[in-house]
Design a protein around this ligand. Sequence first.
Ligand SMILES: CC(C)(COP(=O)(O)OP(=O)(O)OC[C@H]1O[C@@H](n2cnc3c(N)ncnc32)[C@H](O)[C@@H]1OP(=O)(O)O)[C@@H](O)C(=O)NCCC(=O)NCCS
Length: 164
Amino acid sequence: MEIRSERPADVVAICELTTLAFKNTAHGSGTEALIVERLRAAKALAVSLVAIEDDELVGHVACSPVTIEPDQPDWYGLGPVSVRPDHQRLGIGQALIHAALDELRNLEAAGCVLLGDPGYYHRFGFASDAALTYRGSRSRYFQRLFLRGTSATGDVSFHPSFDD
Ligand SMILES: CC(C)(COP(=O)(O)OP(=O)(O)OC[C@H]1O[C@@H](n2cnc3c(N)ncnc32)[C@H](O)[C@@H]1OP(=O)(O)O)[C@@H](O)C(=O)NCCC(=O)NCCS
């Protein structure tokens, strides 16, 4: 399996893959593919990596800048992350997320946040944090990972591309 940055020729396949991956999930909103498109159009896809196996796109992960109030620069949000259903639970998601975090380190990111299942993201070091809230409240699903430094305080907003 190869992991590399997205290319223009991947755009349609990323959209299809994202739709397919979230289609039968309880937490999917059906807007994940649109969010990736909007991030790309807004030039806010800070990281967009694809996983390729046998010349087919089997996974994708996106990262985009987030804002924290009061302002703390260089924080990013991870997601959506998608693995083609017939390739799930083979380690592709983990490989993509590790690669995305490496890309964020290269960008000298201070940290990364996400909304997701703690049972999955705990393995990468993500944890919920009373000091870092989402929409004014703490949730076990809203988690952060420090990439530089050891603390951050405030309320986080994802890029407007995530808004309904
Ligand atoms: C979540 C997703 C990206 C994980 O990718 P993957 O390639 O299937 O996962 P991996 O093979 O890297 O990891 C498998 C491990 O994660 C666990 N796992 C996978 N999905 C999980 C989930 N939703 N919740 C908890 N654990 C999960 C597996 O049990 C397995 O654990 P183990 O290593 O202890 O055996 C993928 O399943 C997917 O695309 N799901 C649909 C879209 C989605 O929900 N995206 C994430 C939104 S937050």
